[in-house]
Ligand binder design. Sequence first.
Ligand SMILES: Cc1cc2nc3c(=O)[nH]c(=O)nc-3n(C[C@H](O)[C@H](O)[C@H](O)COP(=O)(O)OP(=O)(O)OC[C@H]3O[C@@H](n4cnc5c(N)ncnc54)[C@H](O)[C@@H]3O)c2cc1C
Length: 396
Amino acid sequence: MSNDAQPRLAIIGAGPVGFEAALLCAARKIPFSWYERGQPGEHLAVWGHLETHGAFSTLVSQAGMEALARAKLTEWLPSPGSQATGKSWVEGYLLPLAETPELSGILKSGVDVVAASRFSSLREDDQRTGGFLLHLRQGTAESVVEVPAVIDCTGVLAQPRPMGRGGISAPGESSCRDKVAYFVEDILGADKDKYAGKSIIVVGGGISAASAVNLLAELAKSHQSTWVTWLVRREDSLPVRRQVHDPMPWRDKIAAMANHLAARGSGNVECHGGCWIDSLRPGNNNQGVVVTASVKGISRSFEADRVVSLCGYQPSKQLTRELRIAFDPVLDLPPTGLLPDPVLSPGPVTSEPGWYTIGSKSYGRASGFLVSTGYRQAALALARELDGKPLKRRAS
Ligand SMILES: Cc1cc2nc3c(=O)[nH]c(=O)nc-3n(C[C@H](O)[C@H](O)[C@H](O)COP(=O)(O)OP(=O)(O)OC[C@H]3O[C@@H](n4cnc5c(N)ncnc54)[C@H](O)[C@@H]3O)c2cc1C
């Protein structure tokens, strides 16, 4: 398909959901533009060494698998029932998809979409029609483009939530930035030197924090002076809340294993519940970091070589600042532009027709997003935009 014609819409982000939107646009033979700040699958690559939580077959779409089969590019696919890693999801699925005749040459990698607005109105103006203006930045080059509609698939991983009390940055958090990891690094592999034999503070009580604790406990088996201080807000003796009938069995295993380590105090793990982080400061002679926290109301200081802060992620509001995109005040759920639905469109109804926010960003700060939801959202957004499906349910 030639994509030289004026784009009918723009897709922002080349994670799995951006890829799905692109495949569906290609299937409908509409010209579209597609921008990615980094490389295809940039966010998956950040945690590429970790295993996914569901079988590989749950990470892919029918459109994607058919495109790969047509192009005979299936040889790198992990087997359907296997537990892929972030890396094999990118290398086995997304990168080959980028080479299919449908998508080849369309994605503009290294292009950051820094801001968006209406082409001919300000946010204050009531007229919400006409195209959108996107401000693009590639290195030092900047430009603007106009497009009739936009599908925002930019995810949440680039905006980690800070670790301080009340969810804001703790004093000293930014000045200790070089001693803090905001995602699970490759603790047993490429980043091992930062962790082996070191004293590590892990902050957070979700699945990512549980993964980090499990990996550090594994490392402590071969590097016995590795010590893990796990600081969690929950007061429960079990730091990670397990989901009854979790649809992703491997995720529950991670939670169960970390809870076991915390409860037994084994694996060189000491866990403190009822914790609020008050401040961070560099250690003596600028070595390591000292975290001061209130633990069940008593102020305590913990020294460490490195902090792993895993307090969740949140959507960027910067991109759509000049649009009428009002995020839900509790979970930062953006309007998707789709019909209200607890799974497919949990956020508010949109006031900005033609702008769709789908994928993990559509779940704001909430957990529980599945990529299969993003694939369905992509199909619904295109149906709404191209076939004019009604935005609101008709009264029955
Ligand atoms: C350890 C782990 C295991 C997981 N296992 C599963 C699983 O089994 N099943 C599952 O469904 N999910 C799983 N997930 C979650 C999974 O990563 C998300 O479901 C998926 O990445 C969501 O895809 P997305 O396309 O919405 O967003 P992302 O993958 O986050 O992609 C967003 C893309 O947008 C780009 N971008 C951001 N801002 C801009 C901008 N301004 N301009 C241009 N480009 C931009 C980013 O660089 C990125 O490439 C797991 C996550 C982790 C960490």
